[in-house]
Design a protein around this ligand. Structure first.
Ligand code: ADP
Length: 500
């Protein structure tokens, strides 16, 4: 309970009720002690008619007053009471006409009692003032903390992002207004140990996320930092909500976790747009596939007919149409692959095959398009990998066509296949335009193309490397690029060796 709120029936007389106020009165001890002296004088003179009766009872009354006022009004209060008391004692000595031994004895007692009273005043007054100072500091610190809490709360409530604060000591959680708006319900105040106590079903990849798997719990209990975890929440009315969640533990000076904070972004609209885009790409590429297939069939038919007529110009034109149709088909296949990756439908048929043979076959096919480039590959012993042969050909074709596309005619392209601790490593090196250091990682992103105003534009949609990365990743391999702007690039990938 806060000390400032202590209530007593008569706070004016209760010195404890005044603790922490640090306001010391001069009038109260002065007036009360004078009043007490006058009252005692009145009682002994007018009621008891015995002026000598003042003595021991008066000592007790004044000690009580000194203790009371030094605790109520500090050192000053105690010393004022002491002063008045000593003054009254001197008045008694003077008014009772003491002389000789009695006068000396009374004066000595007054000096002794006066010093004792002053001592009591200083000790109790100092104690009271120290207590007041400590309490005032405590109240100020609490007020400061409270102000900070209110300020933080209002900042959090203004943020356009959901925030959860969890406390390790109380195992409690607190959310800002935005999070409650996203979830359309209040957050459960405690982190439950039992899943059945959670109000909303939280799922990830269709799996129910237990409370100890929530990012905030992982940060609070295990000290884990969670970054951009996507979580799907099913709201009570059945609506799906996609959230991107970060969480981090907060530690004290001794590195102990005292709290955790989590930020929650509602990415439902983003996800819905992405889903619509994927659906469109999927539908469009499927729709385009059928006319292209029949176009290719009719082209073959036409070519066979024209071949008999020996019409060179028409044959040439038909060949050009065929090449463009092939290119169109490749683009559609890439679009379909991108859509398969997005929907998790990219499937592989793995087998054991010689990677060097794959490289040779790719060079044979792709090399026909690049008669001017010198493609160098020295086949040594066979290197067997366990992978989807056609998907790996697809990666090789992409790397080789890129090397051709992004390097000048007549330049060399060096392909190497080596074995390195249980892995096959393929590298495709060109001496072309190269890639800037800050773009190196991005070239594997979906639909990413390096843009440079000084460079000529190359045809393409930025899908090839994204698909290649996914294919290699799904084969438990690695793909990366080393490059220097203007000097050329080397694309590398690894594949696990076949165990048979
Ligand atoms: P694209 O169809 O545009 O070639 P990719 O995914 O294959 O798509 O490549 C992505 C981007 O990476 C390209 O647009 C190009 O800017 C860069 N890139 C790829 N290979 C090379 C290379 N060998 N040399 C220089 N830049 C390259």
């Amino acid at each position: 309970m806060p000390l400032t709120k202590v209530k007593h029936s008569l706070p004016v007389f209760n010195p404890f009720a005044r603790l922490g106020r640090a306001r010391y009165s001069t009038v109260a001890p002065l007036a009360t002690t004078i009043l007490a002296a006058v009252l005692i004088e009145f009682i002994v003179n007018s009621i008891l008619h015995s002026p000598e009766a003042v003595g021991i009872p008066a000592i007790f009354v004044f000690i009580a007053l000194i203790v009371y006022f030094s605790f109520r009004d500090g050192i000053k209060g105690g010393l004022i009471t002491t002063g008045i008391t000593v003054g009254y004692y001197l008045y008694i000595i003077y008014s009772r006409d003491y002389s000789g031994e009695q006068l000396r004895g009374s004066l000595e007692t007054t000096v002794l009692l006066g010093s004792l009273y002053a001592g009591i005043s200083v000790v109790i007054g100092w104690l009271k003032q120290t207590l007041d100072r400590v309490i005032v500091q405590e109240i100020e610190a609490r007020e400061l903390a409270e102000q900070g809490r209110i300020r933080l709360e209002s900042i959090l409530d203004q943020l356009p992002v959901g925030v959860i604060l969890a406390d390790a000591k109380t195992n409690s959680m607190q959310a800002n207004r935005y999070l409650e708006k996203i979830l359309q319900q209040k957050l459960i105040p405690e982190i439950p140990d039992d899943i059945s106590k959670t109000r909303n079903t939280t799922t990830r990849n269709g799996k129910v996320l237990k409370p100890n798997e929530w990012p905030i719990t992982q940060a609070l209990r295990e000290g884990k930092r969670v970054f951009a975890q996507e979580i799907e929440v099913i709201k009570p009315e059945g609506k799906r909500l996609f959230l991107r969640v970060n969480a981090t533990p907060i530690r004290n000076g001794t590195r102990k976790i005292v709290a955790a904070v989590s930020t929650v972004y509602d990415i439902t609209t983003e996800k819905e747009h992405e889903q619509r885009k994927n659906d469109f790409i999927n539908m469009a590429s499927h729709e385009l596939k059928t006319p292209i297939t029949s176009m290719k069939l009719y082209l073959e038919l036409l070519e066979r007919r024209v071949q008999k007529s020996q019409d060179i110009k028409t044959i040439e034109a038909l060949k050009k149409i065929q090449r463009q149709t092939d290119r169109l088909q490749e683009l559609i296949n890439d679009l379909l692959d991108v859509s398969r990756i997005q929907t998790g439908k990219l499937r592989f048929q793995k087998e054991s095959f010689d990677l060097c043979e794959g490289v040779e076959e790719t060079i044979e096919v792709v090399g026909q398009l690049a008669k001017n480039h010198r493609i160098l590959f020295k086949k040594k012993a066979s290197i067997n990998v366990y992978a989807d042969r056609f998907r790996i050909y697809q990666v090789l074709t992409n790397l080789l066509t890129n090397a051709i596309k992004y390097s000048p005619p007549e330049s060399k392209i060096i392909i190497k296949v080596t074995k390195e601790d249980k892995k096959a490593v393929v590298s495709v090196q060109d001496f072309g335009i190269g890639i800037d250091q800050d773009q190196l990682k991005k070239v594997f992103d979906r639909l990413y193309q390096v843009t440079d105003s000084k460079e000529k534009t190359f045809p393409g949609l930025g899908m090839g490397l994204y698909i290649s990365k996914e294919i290699i990743r799904r084969h438990h391999g690695k793909i990366w690029v080393e490059s220097q702007k203007g000097k050329g690039s080397t694309f590398n990938f690894t594949l696990p060796l076949s165990s048979s």
